[in-house]
Each structure stands twice: as structure tokens, then as C-alpha cells.
Design a protein around this ligand. Sequence first.
Ligand code: PMP
Ligand code: GLN
Length: 411
Amino acid sequence: HARRTEGVDKNVWVEFTQLAADYKAVNLGQGFPDFSPPDFVKEAFCKAVSGGPSMHQYTRAFGHPPLVKNLAKFFSRVVGRDIDPFEDVLVTVGAYQALFSAFQALVNEGDEVIIVEPFFDCYQPMVLMSGGKAVYVPLRPREGSAVLSSADWVLSAEELESKVTPHTKAIVINTPNNPLGKVYKTEELQVIADLCIKHDLLCVSDEVYEWLTYDGAKHVKIASLPGMWERTITVGSGGKTFSATGWKVGWAIGSGNILKHLKTIHQNSVYHCPTAAQEAVAQGFQREYELFGTPESYFQQLPAMLHHKRKKLASCLQSVGLQPVMPEGGYFMIADISSIKVDFNDQSSEDEPYDFRFVKWLVREKHLATIPVSAFYSPEHSKEFDKYIRFCFVKEDATLDAAADILKKWS
Ligand code: PMP
Ligand code: GLN
């Protein structure tokens, strides 16, 4: 085997998605909706598949023209600048491949990439596989006050700057954050932007949950801050945007002179993404462009629906004595398990982090699937953060009710 496969072989999704299936668990683990995408994109997909021969053949390598045009049109309005569909946009196999292409294209051996913890787990192996070194800076719960919301988890500007060395190449952020749900405020993004500009760093901004904010939190694109368009790669996901994670349509948006390097990786690995799925996402963005800011927009309807699901899950967790951190955005809610005493009855995994053992016990004994939060920390810091588990609330009410039943019976 090649050396780049070493140390990146364990994967939390592989492990816990299998466990959820093995135990036929009520699944609040892996983040995907268990309800259908909206009719307008399903119909667009069906229309594409039943359409002419071109929908079944290769399309443009860097993105189906209707999709890159609609992404550029839509995001030009959001970012407040003219985005060129053919220069500044790359369509990828989900946000995953946009991230992978970014690290492969921009990180050299020995380069350092700063990752804000907790982080979507794939950033670390992707940085390693590009030959880079991951350097971590944690969001920390504000001291003193009871931690009630993801807004109480903050980044220290001094601590962040202390991580910058002459080898630092990029900073990776994720807003709204997975797993915490933090939505960075403009002031917080400005601190990161100032640092990027001062030290001439790139920024990879993973914004797959950009439409999902609650209770007045507002998503801000770091690429829209002065001086940041030129150095930011913004990553998005059609799966998360239209509740169709299985379609695996994603994108990277940024200045053409950066994007061209991601295209080089793409053309030498994946080359094309599936045409019909791109066509359907293109139609979805066309509709959303027309309805933007109106109550019919899916980008208003989905967060409104999730707002209720999030409340439902939070009150259920509270009623059984699990203190949730209320997310300002995204698909997930983390909860503190330190007050729950369980006898794992299993000596075999004693060297595993506490939350991994807890989650395995929960799926094995109670048939409820969740995700251990220490999986979103570096090996160096996971010990400090092994008392939380993550619940996905983007589920049918019946699924959330089934989870509530399990929790209530047991507590
Ligand atoms: N980034 C984050 C923060 C995620 O939670 C996910 C999982 N959906 C991805 C990227 C990957 O998205 P996709 O399914 O579009 O590859
Ligand atoms: N982003 C989703 C999650 O965090 C799915 C991750 C995956 O399937 N790799 O649960």
C-alpha cells in the first residue's frame, strides 16, 4: 500500500453507519434527511432522466453549463460581485470532492493548515493526504456562564494567531458548523479575515448548511468581506441545499486563478459529475433565484421546518436530563452526557474515548444511533471533549418521536 493511506484508515461514518444498520436503530446519527426532497427538484430530476439523449451523456467537465450559470447568478447576488460561471465555479461530487480538490490543489508537502475544532472530520485526513500538516485551534465554551447555545463557543483571536507560522498556508472554517451548529458572526469572521490578509493565507470556507439558520442567526460568507474573495474557496452542497444528499452534487466557488488549480485535480481524477443530477440542481437554483426572500422559497421553508424539529429534540433531551447546546444553524445538536451514569458492561473497548463507548452502548442496548463528538476533534484534543454526543434532527417527526420514546423509557 501507499504511505498516504496510513493513519487515515479509520472513519467514523463507516463505523457508525454500519452499527446503526446492524442494530436497526432509530437513526439520529449520520446527517441526512429521512424525508423527501421538495417536489420541484424531484420533478426536475425525473424530467432530466426522461429527457433527450444528452442528459444521459457526459457534460462539461467542470460543471454542467446550466448549473454553473445558475450557481454564478445566484451567488453573485449573495456575495455582491460578478461571479464568472466558467472561471469561478467548479462542480464536484458533493462538497467532499470540492474539499478534497482544494487541499490537493493548494497544499504542498510541509504546509500547515489551521483547522478550527470541532471540525467536520474529513478535513484532517484530506490535509494529511495532500502532504500537509493539520494545526488545530479550538472553539471554547465561554467560561463562567452556563453554555446554552452554540454562540457561547468562541474562538480566541490571540490563540488563533499564535498558530500561524511561516509554513501556514490556509485556514479551514465551517459555518454553520458541524457538529456544534455555530454560525459565525461578521465580527468573528472579520478576525479570521484580518489574519488571512495579514499573513497572506487562503481560507477554505465550508458552507454546506448556509440556508439553515435559526432564531435570527444570519449566515455571512467570509468571501464577501473586503479582500477575501481573492483568497477564499467557498464550498457548497446540492445535497444539503435541496435535502438530496444521495445526489452528490457539490461545488467550489472562488477566484478563477485559484479555482483553475482545483480544476486540474478534478480533470485528472473525476472529470465529470452525473449530468441529470446537475440539471436538477440547476433547475432548483433557477426556482430559488426567482423566489429568493419570499415565503415560497425552499431556503425559507426548510429552516422554518427544522426550527420546530430542533425545538422538539431539545425539549426531549432536556426532559431526560441531557443538556443540549442549542445550535444556531445546521443539521445537528450536541448534548452533554456527563450526568448520565451507565454501566457499559464491556471491558473490550476500555481504551476508547468515553463518548465512543457511550454511543456504542446506546446503539447496542437502546437501538438509538448518534455520533460521538470527540470524532470531530484532533487526537491531541479529543480527550478534553469526550462528554458530548451529536444528534441529527433533520428527520421525520415520527423518527424524532421514536427517539424520544427510547430516551424516556430508559431515563
Ligand atoms: N461539509 C460538511 C460540514 C458536512 O457536514 C458534509 C456532509 N454533508 C460535507 C461537507 C459533505 O457534503 P456532501 O454530501 O455534499 O459531499
Ligand atoms: N455530513 C454528514 C454528517 O456529518 C454525513 C457525513 C458522511 O456521510 N460522511 O453526518
